[in-house]
Design a protein around this ligand. Structure first.
Ligand code: NAD
Length: 335
């Protein structure tokens, strides 16, 4: 049985990846600074510890063939675009990747997956919300709009340098807004799909939900199961990447909010307020992944958003029963 490590197994994508790898028959070690918040891990072994600590990283990498180091200091726009966490984001995530590569190489790990991000793409190509340019070649000259994006770009280069100099097998994906159940939905690190679902679920009929900016900024969102299919195909292929793993179904944030309101069958309106925004437009460009791996998303955004809304609503109900959610008339309230 092949032995693999999933770093960040206590997080959203890592938690789902552990389940997928177990279903495929792998022996899985999970490692994270915390246990998974929403469901007990299916990993054969779960190491709770800080992967910035060389001793922990060494222990995590012992006796595994493949590594999926998904651990990173990250969050949605409210976490990575305010500038308040820049130093921690860069230091923590870069240290994790430096440790994983060096100690993994020493331990004889054969293959490394790396979860880069659409946030590496230059801001100058994403000013027009209707025509963002995000093909893999357009990453340079580099000009990401966040330190999170700069760290991802540095780490992409680090993985590629280890591949060239030490002959390691490396597979790099650039994820575009992955969403689904069992991810952060409140507390400040949540991303747009979770935040909108929470606000729609919490706001009484006839109320308003807050949207940062004018809501005309565009994005695409990919459901977690589709993402994992792309990850597994990439890992088993002979193609190193970097390659986009995302959806090409681009929507404005207003359209996404209206979709969730419709799914919830509520009558709510949108209230535009100031907030951290990120680039004006972004969409995945899947030409390369279609060509190399024959992969593209199989289901429409609405189908994933329905599952997402049902799960977030359930969390809101549980939190309310525990007295953790405050209701504010007309505005989606946070714990
Ligand atoms: P997440 O925050 O849910 O998971 C990350 C996990 O890493 C968390 O459980 C956290 O506790 C853990 N972690 C952080 N610092 C650690 C440390 N020092 N030691 C051990 N564990 C640590 O995020 P996610 O959405 O599951 O993202 C997984 C990966 O995919 C990250 O590398 C992220 O940058 C990348 N990514 C995600 C998206 C997305 O839309 N979710 C988009 C682009 C890239």
């Amino acid at each position: 049985m092949k032995r693999v490590l999933v770093g960040g197994a206590g997080g959203f994508i890592g938690g789902h990846l552990v389940k997928r790898l177990k279903a495929e028959g792998f022996w899985v070690r999970g490692a994270d600074i915390k246990q998974h918040e929403y469901s007990p891990s299916k990993a054969d072994e779960f190491l709770v510890g800080d992967l910035c600590d060389p001793q922990i990283a060494r222990a995590a990498l012992e006796n595994v063939e493949d590594v999926y180091p998904l651990a990173a200091d990250m969050g949605g726009a409210g976490y990575i675009f305010t500038g308040e966490h820049d130093a921690a984001v860069m230091r923590n995530s870069a240290t994790i990747n430096l440790n994983i590569l060096e100690f993994g190489r020493q331990a004889g790990v054969k293959r490394f997956f790396y979860s880069s991000s659409a946030c590496i793409y230059p801001e100058y190509n994403q000013l027009d919300p209707d025509n963002p340019k995000c093909d893999e070649q357009s990453a340079y000259p580099a000009a990401p709009d966040s330190e999170y994006g700069w760290e991802k770009l540095f780490s992409e280069r680090l993985y590629l340098a280890y591949m060239r100099n030490y002959g390691l097998k490396v597979r790099i994906a650039r994820f575009h807004n992955i969403f689904g159940p069992e991810g952060t939905w409140d507390g400040g690190r949540e991303k747009v799909p979770a935040a909108i679902c929470r606000k729609v679920s919490q706001t009484p009929e006839g109320g308003e939900i807050d949207i940062w900016g004018d809501g005309k900024q565009t994005r695409s969102f990919l459901y977690i199961d589709e993402c994992l299919e792309g990850v597994r195909r990439l890992m088993e292929s002979a193609f190193a990447g970097p390659v986009n793993i995302g959806s090409e179904e681009m929507v404005t944030i207003n359209q996404l909010a209206d979709m969730v309101i419709d799914i919830a069958q509520k009558k709510l309106s949108l209230k535009h307020i100031s907030g951290p925004l990120g680039v004006r437009g972004r969409n995945s460009d899947n030409r390369l992944i279609r060509e190399k791996l024959g992969w593209s998303p199989s289901k429409p955004l609405r189908e994933g958003m329905r599952k997402m809304y049902d799960w977030v609503s359930e969390q809101v109900t549980i939190a309310r029963a525990q007295g953790q959610v405050e209701e504010v008339a007309g505005v989606g309230a946070k714990r």
